[in-house]
Design a protein around this ligand. Structure first.
Ligand SMILES: *[C@@H]1O[C@H](CO)[C@@H](O)[C@H](O)[C@H]1NC(C)=O
Length: 219
């Protein structure tokens, strides 16, 4: 058995060889709040703080979850975001909230939030929800009013309304600015466009099919 001194030395060595720690979540606040100052020209990770003496309750208030968003679009879904861009009190709070509306047979298409784990609870209706792991395994099921489902951070996920009735839910995300990458839109709707050769090879289809899909995403 190793003597304490050599064990300690070994631990120090292991610690020294470990890669520098990466912050995997929004940094936590060192004060009561840091209400975003939308007018500041200072670039920081997040947003600069507003003078606390000028902060009011309105800085922490969002109104807009009481009405559905307009779902008459190509996918039949839409959402109302209460994130750092509209709710300054969320700055450094590591949380945001979304109202998700899905029309009958509508889809919140496959997408990922690079900076936030998501939890969806169904308020009305039924949704077929799922995500795909980095190993390519699909975890999916139908959830109903009162149920909740977790989409782990960064994984591609979706929500589909299999019913002829509208569905809606409230989504919590573990970031003030979780980010949104819609898989199809980001690949086929990028500006400037990703070249046909790259997409044809990636999706194992011909260039004509690539162009046909691109046209649906404005390219
Ligand atoms: C989402 O809903 C809002 C509010 O109803 C509307 O202004 C916006 O155009 C909709 N977006 C899409 C993509 O349908």
């Amino acid at each position: 058995m190793a003597r304490p001194s050599s064990l300690f030395l070994a631990l120090v060595l292991v610690a020294a060889m470990a890669p520098p720690m990466a912050l995997a979540f929004d940094p936590s606040s060192l004060q009561d709040f840091c209400v975003a100052d939308y007018t500041s020209n200072v670039f920081v990770n997040g947003m600069a703080c507003k003078d606390p003496s000028k902060v009011t309750a309105d800085d922490f208030t969002f109104s807009g979850f009481h009405r559905p968003s307009d779902t008459s679009n190509a996918v039949g879904s839409n959402s109302t975001l209460a994130d750092i861009h509209v709710l300054p009190g969320l700055n450094t709070a590591a949380i945001s909230l979304v109202r998700l509306d899905v029309a009958p047979f509508g889809l919140n298409p496959p997408h990922t939030h690079p900076r936030g784990t998501e939890m969806l609870t169904v308020v009305e209706g039924q949704l077929y929800v799922g995500f795909v792991t980095t190993a390519g395994k699909l975890h999916a099921k139908v959830i109903s009013r009162g149920d909740a489902f977790v989409y782990p951070k960064g994984l591609v996920h979706f929500a589909f309304n299999l019913t002829p009735r509208p569905a809606w839910g409230i989504v919590g995300l573990s970031s003030q600015n979780p980010g949104l990458i819609r898989v199809a839109d980001s690949i086929f709707g990028a500006s400037p466009a990703v070249t046909d050769e790259v997409l044809a090879k990636a999706f194992r289809i011909d260039a004509a099919t690539v162009q046909m899909i691109k046209a649906k995403f404005g390219n």
